[in-house]
Ligand binder design. Sequence first.
Ligand code: F6R
Length: 269
Amino acid sequence: MPKPIRRLTLAGADVKIYTSAASACEEAAHSISAAIEDGARLGKKVVLGLATGATPEPIYARLVEDHRERGLSFENVSTYNLDEYYPISPLDPRSYRSYMEQRLFAHVNLAPNRAHVLDGTVPDSFVKQHGEQFDRWILDEGGLDIQLLGIGRNGHIGFNEPSNLSVDRAVELPTRLVDLHPMTISDAAKDFDGEESVPRHALTMGVATILAARSILVLAFGERKAPAVARSLLGPITAEVPGSLLHTVSNKVTWLIDQAAASEILREV
Ligand code: F6R
């Protein structure tokens, strides 16, 4: 297993810094496959919270390889994805459902009724119930064992965007429909052939749902993530930087980041 080049405890969280994104992703994939194998050995289901975007792609590639080459079985696994654009068809190649099908679901033995992605086609009038139902499903499964997170340049986790809510209210946010932040829309433009075509809304797993996971792995790579990483780990706890809300449960949070994403924190510590 790749060793971090530096390991720090910041605001109670375990922060592991790697020479490359590939090493950090290998560590994350290893934690996930070990949890799946432990679960299988004990006859227990493993419930995973999954992220999309560029950051976790190597993790899914590794899990697919583990399935093909080592027989890692997803028979005892359920997954819940963090978010989905709204509205969007699951068949749209830019949907997060398509992303997951392409990178993981279609390649492993995960039952279709255990691979949950919020539905970008639910009618407006049903959106609220859909979010509530998603949170209830997770609770009924006994909660998330591992939540995988990326972080937006604006500090968002899932699509919980920066806001002026009090911390007390922010940490209680359930799964729901949100407006996307201008920076999120601009970052998504490359996937939608321009900003005009990026959906203005999304369904996101709530902050409360994320924080309730038994273990949270946050990944961030590259210089462009350095400010969000520093504001999340060194700044005050505030809903203006959703990543900082992770401090409220920091004893179960591990950050797996590369040197570039760590550059600002390394200047400070
Ligand atoms: C994706 C998600 C987002 C991303 C974040 C970083 O499911 O919830 O919070 O993790 O926007 O995206 P990338 O990895 O593309 O830089």
